[in-house]
Design a protein around this ligand. Structure first.
Ligand SMILES: *Cc1c(COP(=O)(O)O)cnc(C)c1O
Length: 317
């Protein structure tokens, strides 16, 4: 047979061991989004009358899951750094004391790279007597945290994580969008529909899937797994360098612990266009990946300052 299932299995198993998930079920998805849809789907199946909780800085794929599956939800505010407001979460859980909780926990938010504290959230969930399901969105930082010394650990043995989504087109930089979703097998056993035509239970979100995507992911792991720690360190170091360069130029810049995402006030439109900066609510960010060298960082920062100065002086004259 010509297929890439063995490569897919090896890729999935590599991720499972990265997060200490011993007995695992998972598959190569079309990206972080599908992994999140799947995780929330498992949550809804496990807790049919559950309420979904996610923070306001959560990636829109989680709100999309709530929308598609008609799951009641609570949007929890964030503190300034993008981390979930634990007190608000606790109060909301208490308000819905009779309803199971389907929790989305962020390991690196999209805009600010914030990490929700898994110890605190786990403790709140364990105290929730109506039961819970914990999904972890680790789209980007799932490939950073395991390689950074002393970073919060994404650990299925230590924490009651039920499922996790990670993206293959972010840190790994796969040329074809892909990702991995992992779940505990006992949950997956309960979902899906037996389909005669394919001779097995259909439990993935999509039907046809890309064998090439699985192969790309496997290949990246095989050729780069020993250098992932160095790549992660380089991203973190360069992110620090960018933050410091901005600060020294008088531009306030935020960088969360264990994050490679630098957040600063939205620059003028010309700069946003030139460097394709993503913006949100008056802020812009740069996610410092492997391709962003100190040299390029210097160019971005000086462009920001020069363009700003030109604008300021044209305003004056
Ligand atoms: C990018 C991202 C996603 C979605 O991943 P895709 O691979 O783009 O589908 C989900 N969650 C977070 C936190 C992200 O940053």
């Amino acid at each position: 047979y010509l297929h890439s299932k063995n490569f897919e299995r090896e890729a999935v198993e590599w991720f499972a061991s990265l997060y200490q998930l011993e007995s695992c079920w998972g598959y190569v998805t079309s990206g972080g989004t599908e992994g999140n849809l799947y995780g929330i789907f498992l949550g809804r199946e496990t807790c049919p009358d559950g309420v979904l909780y996610f923070s306001e800085d959560t990636h829109y794929s989680i709100a999309k899951a709530a929308y598609m599956m008609k799951i009641p939800y609570v949007i929890v505010p964030c503190s300034d750094n993008g981390e979930i407001d634990y007190q608000f979460l606790e109060d909301s859980l208490n308000e819905n004391a009779d309803k199971p909780a389907i929790m989305n926990l962020n390991m690196g938010t999209t805009m600010k790279g914030a990490i929700d504290n898994i110890d605190r959230v786990s403790a709140l969930l364990k105290a929730h007597t109506a039961g819970f399901y914990l999904h972890c969105d680790a789209a980007l930082s799932g490939m950073l945290l395991p390689f950074i010394p002393d970073a919060p650990s994404i650990d299925f043995q230590q924490y009651p994580i039920n499922s996790l989504a990670v993206s293959g087109n972010k840190f790994i930089g796969s040329p074809i969008p892909n990702g991995v979703v992992l779940a505990r097998p006992d949950i997956v056993d309960k979902v899906g529909i037996q389909v005669d035509y394919i001779g097995c239970k259909d439990s993935t979100i999509l039907g046809v899937r890309s064998g090439l995507a699985a192969l790309c992911l496997w290949y990246a792991i095989q050729t780069r797994k020993n250098q992932f720690p160095a790549e992660a360190k380089q991203c973190m170091d360069n992110a620090k360098y960018l933050q410091q360069s901005l600060e020294e130029s008088g531009i306030p810049a935020q960088l969360n612990d264990y994050s490679n995402t630098v957040v600063f006030p939205k620059p003028v439109q010309a700069v946003c266009r030139r460097w394709q900066l993503a913006t949100n609510a008056g802020m812009a960010h740069i996610v410092v990946m492997q391709h962003l060298t100190p040299n390029k960082i210097d160019r971005i920062v000086s462009d920001m300052i020069n363009t700003q100065q030109q604008q300021d002086s044209s305003w004056l004259t």
